[in-house]
Ligand binder design. Structure first.
Ligand SMILES: [Zn+2]
Length: 186
């Protein structure tokens, strides 16, 4: 018999996924979410709609890499590597548009607004390439949220609600920076 995600974890994924979609932080089929469960993790299936998650869309990935349920997200190795490196219990990946726009021209986003300074301090921008998984995971061990250049944000937390907080804080700070005209920091 295959395992099914516990109702509390499902509810957390559904509500955070819906919020990310409704806040336009992912496209209809973009982004992914995971929750650690001991040495295993629950992670959204590849190509699932975060705004309309059901139990059948969520895969259980075990420590040995095997899975039950739908094909897990293409970012599964990144989630597993991050969990191996830090004490995070939850990870969210989204596509916050102002943050992505800023990521093209900087290696480190430092929020200028008070909320961003308080919560995020600074956000590393990782270059896409063969080492991006390891680099994003390492950066997440030291930071709450990290940007992958030209792609999106990865945020960690004790819960998905915390990860949602950091994604929304990042996008708010990036939007403010954009409005201030800090498109080209060099
Ligand atoms: Zn993505």
């Amino acid at each position: 018999m295959s395992s099914s995600i516990p109702p509390g974890m499902l509810k957390e994924m559904q509500e955070v996924g819906r919020d990310l979609y409704r806040l336009a932080l992912v496209t209809s089929h973009g982004g992914n979410l995971s929750l650690r469960a001991g040495h295993d993790m629950w992670i959204t299936g590849t190509g699932t709609m975060l705004g309309r998650l059901e139990a059948r869309h969520i895969s259980l990935v075990r420590a040995d890499g095997s899975h039950e349920g739908p094909p897990p997200s293409s970012d599964t190795v990144l989630h597993a590597t991050t969990y191996a490196l830090c004490g995070a219990q939850a990870l969210a990946h989204a596509h916050p548009r102002h943050a992505i726009a800023l990521s093209f021209d900087t290696g480190l986003f430092v929020p200028g607004d008070l909320e961003g300074q308080l919560h995020l301090k600074e956000v590393p921008v990782i270059e896409q390439g063969p080492r991006q998984v390891e680099q994003v995971a390492q950066a997440l061990a030291a930071n709450l949220v990290v940007l992958l250049r030209g792609h999106g944000a990865y945020a960690r937390g004790a819960t998905l609600w915390e990860a949602l907080h950091w994604v929304t804080a990042l996008e708010e700070s990036a939007h403010i920076a954009w409005l201030r005209g800090h498109r080209c920091p060099h």
